[in-house]
Design a protein around this ligand. Structure first.
Ligand SMILES: Nc1ncnc2c1ncn2[C@@H]1O[C@H](COP(=O)(O)OP(=O)(O)OP(=O)(O)O)[C@@H](O)[C@H]1O
Length: 772
């Protein structure tokens, strides 16, 4: 290191020490303050009832009591809020104390006399007078200079103006425990050295934040504010999920007075992925957004009444069910039901229902019909036909609730009531007594009055028994949803139907009859239900992220869009990993014109960071237009393909390779199989010997060690080393995307095994891998 560099390093190191001291001091002050607030809150809790005047004798006293309790509760919650804010600040300070910043730019703003040094970290930090920024939050407008420009002319935008100037220096740091471990001056946007350092590490069971090394094109995604619909198409390992996570953090900062973490929603591919990404935001000092899989949403709405197939079982069927006599019909059914043509068919059908055809259920009580389905039908269609269907359904509901009350009164005189009263056990009797007393219907003396007692008990009993009927009506269970959806497949339709419509119809009706809803039917089913009953929209969500968007059909996307009417959307995905649509050839929302005229901004990422150059060169040849993928220049060994003579030897060969991978220090190793059945088999064969963990669709946590996992569940996740258990089992072109997804999970090493030919390797240059 030159003397000048040495000096600079020393200067920077003393600044780090100075800042760490300031942070330490600030922490002390805050800790004292936090302690004071905590004891105040404790004291309020302890004396809560002492300070409240409780008097409920007269209505005035009651009002006073209420106000007094409210005041105390407000005092307490105000203290608790301050406590939370302080805790959050303290946690951020702790992180800053350890590593205050990762970047510096010297920016000479036009019109100013000298350049200003801007230090960038995960949060802002001001000097003791709260005047000057000693550290800028990476999300501050000025920090975008760091990500967007090399030294030279540069500009950034604030909400008021565009600021131009020159970047005179750009420096990156690795700081741990307030010690500078590395420092680079860089000529490019974000220097390669730092990335080499980060990417060369072992894979982690939790995703890491990338704020120190965000790339320019990723920054466009993270800071995008204009688009209502942002679509990110990025190759495997290009940082789509990472960009999504930092974008959430950015939005929480940029719109901190408007958007909170509970106003952001992420749809993720599976439960394990949820836990994989769950530490990124807390690491950045933010709370996690809401997270769900689309399956969880479907289940929450259909799971009570139907056996709902999940997307993973659908996938297993597609990969293993080709001997089934319905296989071709199912494929065609999935294809058709994923598209907007089917949505149009449902729209037309719903429009026809406005004048006739709705199907109702009898409203019954103790097996007797209270209101017949015909009565419901007639009432519904007697209402003003100009009213939308959901409004008329509401009117019908209100009518039924009113009538139900009358019926319940009449029922009190029924014979069964008298009988059941006699069989009330002591507890039920007491409950009824208490209920009536609470309602101030009588006092102890009058309860002895037999007739009144009977009358009141009948009322309580009937009310209790009618509760489920009332609830059923409130939840619109008088609509025969299943019959309504089934009817969709009968009769004439004005849209183009697929060739095997009859086969699709037979298959769908048969499953519905059994109370099953296939995955491809779940969204259309709910869509129709919402058209009839009124939309269930979530207005609190302001931003929806859909990761692995290639796995969503245009129909599903249209449905999600209307679920969140006030929400902006960010979709992230890769068509080459469209594993679900692979075998069926069905449309995905990421396809070129899937969204038609919808206004959108598309950003493409073609540089990939996850895997070594050797792995990327190999995997790029597995897909069309793979030559467009740009590897990050990180070296490793070439992928290896081992052909074993017979399938019995696969397990032996894999075990040998595992030993070596472990000896080489790889901490997360995946044995990726084609299906969950094949994973289970592999697990049975070698699982216990190699202490592997079998990952299934319900698995929640990603852990270190060896995982045996079906390819479609490995989506979005990465491992130090990947073993493709039997590459020969991926035979069909439709499985190419699955195979590609599996291979691209590897960061440092990729080993493939096969017990025969691997047709999907046919197009790969033999120079790019080692064959045994
Ligand atoms: N700017 C960056 N700096 C450091 N690491 C990065 C950067 N961008 C991406 N990475 C790393 O590259 C790997 C892949 O990133 P990520 O999982 O976000 O990609 P992806 O596009 O979602 O991948 P896939 O579609 O294959 O699941 C991760 O280890 C991530 O930390």
């Amino acid at each position: 290191m030159s003397a000048q560099k040495q000096n600079e390093l020393q200067e920077e190191q003393s600044r780090v020490k100075w800042i760490a001291e300031l942070i330490g001091r600030k922490k002390n002050t805050l800790e004292k303050h936090a302690g004071k607030i905590e004891s105040e809150a404790l004291e309020i809790r302890r004396t809560f009832w002492e300070d409240v005047t409780v008097n409920v004798d007269e209505p005035d006293d009651l009002a006073e009591t209420y106000t007094s309790i409210k005041q105390q509760a407000e005092l307490l919650s105000e203290r608790e809020r301050s406590q939370n804010t302080l805790d959050k600040q303290l946690k951020t300070l702790e992180r800053l104390e350890h590593s205050p910043y990762f970047g510096r730019i010297d920016f000479h703003e036009e019109g100013e006399e000298a350049a200003q040094s801007i230090y960038i970290g995960i949060a802002s930090f001001l000097d003791e007078n709260d005047e000057d920024f000693l550290i800028y939050d990476w999300r501050a407008p000025i920090s975008s200079l760091y990500y967007d420009y090399p030294p030279g002319p540069a500009q950034y935008e604030t909400s008021l103006e565009k600021v131009t100037g020159q970047i005179e220096l750009k420096r990156q740091f690795v700081i741990r425990e307030a010690e500078i471990k590395a420092m680079f001056d860089t000529g490019v946007t974000i220097g390669d050295e730092m990335l080499q350092e980060v990417l060369g590490n072992n894979a982690d069971t939790q995703m890491k934040s990338i704020v120190a090394t965000i790339q320019k094109e990723q920054n466009q995604i993270i800071r995008n504010e204009k688009s209502n619909l942002l679509i990110v198409k990025g190759v495997a390992g290009s940082g789509k999920t990472s960009a999504a996570m930092q974008r959430v953090a950015y939005l929480l900062y940029r719109y901190r007075n408007i958007i909170k973490s509970e106003n952001i929603m992420l749809f993720s591919p599976n439960p394990m992925f949820n836990s994989y990404v769950s530490t990124v935001l807390p690491e950045l000092g933010e709370e996690n957004m809401q997270q769900a899989t689309f399956q969880e949403y479907l289940l929450s709405r259909l799971g009570r009444d139907f056996e709902l197939e999940d997307v993973f079982s659908q996938m297993e069927y597609l990969l293993s069910g080709s001997n089934d006599s319905h296989y071709d019909a199912r494929l065609e059914s999935i294809r058709f039901k994923s598209g907007l043509q089917f949505k149009k068919l449902i729209d037309n059908y719903a429009a026809r229902l406005s004048s006739g055809g709705l199907i109702f259920k009898n409203v019954t009580f103790r097996k007797n019909i209270l209101f017949s389905k015909e009565e419901l039908y007639d009432y519904f269609y007697s209402l003003d036909p100009a009213l939308p269907i959901p409004n008329r359904i509401q009117l019908l509901k209100e009518h039924l609730l009113k009538e139900l009350k009358k019926r319940a009164r009449l029922e009190e005189k029924a014979e069964w009531v008298e009988e059941e009263i006699q069989f009330l056990d002591k507890e039920e009797f007491l409950d009824a007594y208490k209920y009536l007393q609470d309602k101030k219907r009588f006092n102890e003396e009058t309860f002895d009055d037999f007739e009144r007692e009977q009358k009141f008990l009948s009322r309580v009993l009937v009310t209790q028994k009618f509760k489920s009927v009332f609830n059923g009506v409130k939840r619109l269970r008088f609509i025969d949803r299943k019959a309504l959806y089934s009817q969709l497949f009968v009769g004439e339709h004005s849209v183009d139907l697929p060739g095997n419509w009859e086969g699709i119809k037979a298959l769908t009706l048969e499953e519905l009859r059994k109370g099953h809803i296939l995955y491809e039917d779940a969204t259309p089913f709910l869509y129709l239900q919402d058209l009839v009953e009124g939309r269930k929209s979530n207005t609190g969500i302001r931003h929806v992220f859909i990761d692995e968007a290639q796995d969503y059909t245009p129909f599903q996307f249209a449905f999600i869009r209307q679920l969140f009417p006030y929400s902006k959307m960010t979709l992230l995905g890769d068509m080459n990993q469209a594993v679900y649509s692979g075998p069926t050839g069905s449309e995905t929302v990421l396809a070129e014109d899937a969204l038609g005229i919808e206004e959108k901004e598309v950003i493409t990422l073609s540089r990939t960071y996850r895997s070594t150059r050797q792995i990327v060169e190999f995997t790029s040849q597995l897909i069309e237009e793979g030559y467009k993928i740009q590897p990050f220049n990180r070296n490793g060994s070439k992928p290896r393909f081992t052909l074993v003579g017979e399938s019995g030897k696969l397990a032996d060969a894999v075990q040998k390779s595992l030993k070596r991978l472990k000896a080489d220090g790889h901490k997360t190793i995946a044995i990726i199989c084609r299906t969950s059945n094949e994973s289970r088999q592999a697990y049975e064969e070698i699982g216990s010997e190699i202490q592997a963990r079998l990952i299934e669709k319900g698995t929640i946590a990603y852990e270190k060690g060896i995982s045996i996992i079906p390819a479609y569940l490995a989506k979005g996740i990465e491992f130090d080393a990947v073993i493709i258990y039997n590459a020969s089992s991926y035979r069909d072109e439709g499985e190419r995307k699955l195979f590609y997804t599996a291979c691209t999970r590897a960061m440092h090493e990729l080993h493939l095994f096969g017990d025969g030919d691997v047709p999907l390797l046919a197009g790969v240059d033999p120079e790019l891998y080692v064959r045994h």
